[in-house]
Design a protein around this ligand. Sequence first.
Ligand SMILES: Nc1nc2c(ncn2[C@@H]2O[C@H](COP(=O)(O)OP(=O)(O)OP(=O)(O)O)[C@@H](O)[C@H]2O)c(=O)[nH]1
Ligand SMILES: [Mg+2]
Length: 313
Amino acid sequence: MARDARSSGGLFDRLKMGLSKTHEGFVNRVERLVLRRNKVDEDLLESLEELYIQSDIGPRTTMELMDGLREAISRKEVGSPEKVLAFLRRQAAETLAGSGGSLSLPADGPAVILAVGINGSGKTTTVAKLGNRLQREGRKVILAAADTFRAAASEQLEIWGQRAGLDVIAQKPGSDPSAVVYDTIQAAQARRCDVVLIDTAGRLHTKVNLMEELKKIGRTAAKLVPGAPHETLLVLDATTGQNALAQVRLFHEALGLTGLVLAKLDGTAKGGVIIGLAREFDIPVKLIGVGEKIDDLQDFEPENFIKALFEDL
Ligand SMILES: Nc1nc2c(ncn2[C@@H]2O[C@H](COP(=O)(O)OP(=O)(O)OP(=O)(O)O)[C@@H](O)[C@H]2O)c(=O)[nH]1
Ligand SMILES: [Mg+2]
C-alpha cells in the first residue's frame, strides 16, 4: 500500500506508542537483565528463559530461541552482555521475518472477508477499522452484521458504520447468520461494492456446532461469489496469552485461516506472543490492532514492528 513519507512517519509513531507497554515490560526488562551482568553465564541464561516464558513467547519457541543463543555462545559469537542483546534482537527479527502478509483480494469484486474469533477478541472493531481503511483507499465497502446472537451486536456495527460512512446489512437478533451474509453479498453485487466484510459472533474454538455455523457462512458466500471467502481472518486478543495458540490451531483446522489479526497489542506488555505465533504456525499475521480508535489498525510489517518495539520512546 502506497503511503507518503509523512503518513508513514505518523504510522510508525502510532506503532511505537501501541507497543510501548511491551517495550517497557519486555524489551526493557531483557535489557536490564542482560546489562546488569558483566559476563554471560548460566544464571543469565536461566533468568532470560524465565522472562521469555513469563512474556507469553511460549515454551516451545522459548526453548528454540534459547538453544540458538546457547549455540552462538558456544561458537564464541556472543561473549559479552552487549553482544547477547544484539543477538537477541537479530533473533527476534529473524523469527518474525516472513511472518507478515497483506490481504489478497480479487481485483473484480466483491471480495469477501470473514472475521472470526472467540468472544470479545476484537472482531467488530477490526471489521469497522478495516472497512474504514479500505473505503479510504477508494474501495466501496459493505458490512455484514452476521453476529445475530447478541441483540446489541448489530447495533454496535451500525454505530461504527455510521461513523465511518459504511453500509451495514443486518437482520433481527436470532436470524440465521448465513442469511445475513446472503443478503449482504446480494446487496454488494447490486450496489457494485468491492469488499464485503463479515462480522461474526464470538465463539469458543472448542464448540463444534458453532464452528459448523461458520463453515455454513463460508459455503453461503461461495454460492454467490465463487472462491469466497477470499480471506478468513482469526482475530486474536493479544492480552490472552498462550491460549491464542490453541485458538489458532482449532479455528485453522475448522476453517482454513488465511491470516491472523492481533488486536489489543497496545493493551499488553506481552506482545512477544506474536513471536510464538510466527514460530508455531505458517499463517501470516496480516493486521495488528494498536488502539481503540478507527485508524488504530495497521499492516503487520515485521521489520517496522521490530524497529518500533526495540526503539526507545
Ligand atoms: N486497546 C484496544 N482495544 C481494542 C482493540 N481492538 C478492540 N478493542 C476493544 O476490545 C473490546 C472488544 O472489542 P469488540 O470488537 O467488540 O470484540 P468482538 O470480538 O467483536 O466481541 P464479541 O462480538 O462480543 O465476540 C472493545 O472494548 C474494543 O474497543 C485494540 O486494538 N486496542
Ligand atoms: Mg462483536
